[in-house]
Design a protein around this ligand. Structure first.
Ligand code: NAD
Length: 506
């Protein structure tokens, strides 16, 4: 397969990066270089903001039906090209092709929800504030938004940001990760077929330099990010100083809690997908399994048995379950965490370092499980973002709830139980933004809101579903007095009441 040269798309034109700086792009399954990504300058980023600003003037006035037609086209094109898009994701991001297909299918579902824009954008009214005064709330666009994507979900994050930003009447400059830019190259071409006017969506590749001018540029209304917590924290501070809206989805450390009445067969199945899907590089990846004493040993056996069956290898190999991690440095970081786990005194039950694979140049770490991990250890608190799981003994569900509450992160947590009482208490009390009962990955369905709390989510608002428009719209409140032509309202009311009296008298 030939890969397109990675270019920026500004104001409808595909252009080379404006500097000589390039980041190499690798296929993580093989370690081969498959391209180069331009590291664009601030000047290139400002040019994209200006293109988006120019497009905004007419795009905001475009009838809602015309804007939504573009979203319908986006959905159609995503479905029509789904296999091609999935292959592209599997190639530079490295998630297994079956998961890449799932990501593309999810993009189509998020687009379906965004196609309800004419309903989502409807405002509120309040009549009768006084005889002649009414109030109404209208949702309006704001201007240009900057969107920044992480390496692990290049397509999903496009769908969280772009359709909602442009469907609500804004324009956008989107910066993919330099590690997985190929989806947006392909999608950028497809966007040209949707009827979106030039400049409504602009694509600028590069690193943080691309984002720098957005904090102060007067045309930029807000910045949204999906990325790590340190990046989110820095952006939250800079957006605050620059007076920009921010919606910043950050890192995570997700717990799976197993109670004594759990269905362990169901747990085993969910555990594998949760902890080893996308090689543990999901913001909703399970990374701690906390089990009560009655099931801890059996639970660990089940985990090891299931993990041993996970076949690791090339993301395009249909026989494989788990692909590589994103880069050589990610592999080293994860392997270092495995060393830390051993140094801290946890028991390494399954060591995923150097798994047997057909592509020795790829960046592979196999399923790794530690047991007897205590909650204050680094491997239990820090985001490893790889297929490494800590098994923790807990006394009971209250113990687990307390430990989850003490965490800095608050993305997701799941409980495995047959008890409705424990399930409902967990839903109510787990100190996270997304909870699951008897599911390993508690990712909300695309028609529902997605987002964590605490250090997993800075700034405001959630993505996808009905509330996906909140970040991209402002509520304007209108108070409207309507007087009759040539008369005072009070006089009009008096005249009306006289008319009623004379009618009664006759
Ligand atoms: P990252 O923070 O390194 O990079 C994310 C994006 O921000 C990239 O495009 C990068 O170029 C850019 N960036 C990095 N530093 C920046 C800075 N100082 N200023 C401006 N831009 C900057 O994250 P990553 O390694 O690409 O992605 C993995 C992280 O994303 C994990 O922590 C994961 O939990 C998180 N994530 C969170 C969610 C969620 O929904 N909460 C979803 C997916 C991924």
């Amino acid at each position: 397969m030939e890969f397109p040269k990675v270019r920026n798309q500004v104001g409808g034109n595909w252009i080379e990066g404006d500097t000589e700086d390039r980041a190499p792009l690798y296929n993580p399954s093989t370690g081969e270089q498959i391209g180069e990504v331009p590291l664009s300058s601030e000047k290139a980023s400002v040019a994209a903001v200006e293109a988006a600003e120019a497009a905004y003037r007419s795009w905001r006035k475009m009838p809602i039906g015309s804007r939504v037609s573009c979203l319908f086209e986006m959905r159609r094109l995503v479905l029509e090209h789904s296999e091609d898009l999935a292959v592209v994701i599997a190639t530079d991001q490295g998630k297994h092709i079956s998961e890449a297909r799932g990501e593309v299918a999810r993009v189509a579902q998020i687009l379906e929800a965004a196609c309800a824009m004419p309903i989502l954008l409807q405002g509120e009214t309040l009549e009768g504030i006084s005889a002649e005064v009414g109030g109404r709330v209208v949702r309006q666009s704001l201007g240009v938004f900057g969107g920044v994507a992480p390496f692990n979900f290049p397509a999903l994050v496009f769908a969280w940001f772009v359709p909602y930003a442009v469907g609500t009447g804004n324009t956008m400059v989107f910066k993919p990760s330099t590690q997985s830019p190929l989806f947006m190259q392909r999608m950028g071409r497809l966007l040209e077929e949707t009827g979106l006017p030039a400049g409504v969506v602009n694509l600028v590749h590069g690193n943080r330099t691309v984002v720098e001018p957005w904090y102060e540029h007067p045309a930029v209304s807000g910045i949204c990010l999906v990325g790590s917590t340190p990046t989110a924290k820095e952006m939250a501070a800079r957006c605050g100083r620059g007076g920009k809206r921010s919606m910043l989805l950050g890192g995570a450390k997700n717990w799976l809690v197993v109670l004594e009445d759990a269905d362990l067969d169901l747990f085993a199945d969910q555990f594998v997908n949760s902890c080893f899907g996308s090689a543990g590089q999901r913001c909703l990846a399970g990374s701690v399994v906390a089990a009560v004493p009655a099931v801890y040993d059996r639970c660990l056996e089940v985990m090891v048995e299931a993990a041993r069956k996970v076949k690791v290898g090339n993301a395009l190999d249909p026989e494989v379950y788990m692909g590589p991690v994103i880069s050589a440095s990610a592999k080293s970081r994860i392997e270092r965490y495995i060393e830390v786990g051993v140094e801290e005194g946890s028991t390494l039950v399954l060591d995923g370092r150097d798994p047997p694979v057909a592509d020795p140049g790829g960046y592979y770490v196999g399923p790794t499980i530690f047991s007897e991990v205590t909650p204050c250890r680094r491997i239990c608190r820090e985001e490893i973002f790889g297929p490494v799981v800590s098994a923790v003994r807990i006394e009971d569900m209250d113990d687990a709830l307390g430990l989850i509450e003490k965490q800095d992160f608050g993305n997701g947590a799941c409980v495995f139980t047959r008890s409705l009482y424990y399930a409902e208490r967990f839903v109510s009390e787990a100190d996270v933004g997304m909870v699951g009962v008897n599911v390993g990955v508690c990712a909300p369905h695309p028609y529902l809101p997605f987002g964590g709390i605490k250090e997993s989510h800075l700034g405001s608002d959630k993505v996808q579903g009905g509330v996906g428009i909140d970040f991209f719209t402002q509520r304007k409140v209108a108070t409207v007095r309507v007087s009759p032509p040539g008369g005072s309202v009070a006089g009009d009311i008096a005249a009306k009441s006289r008319a009623v009296r004379s009618c009664v008298a006759s």
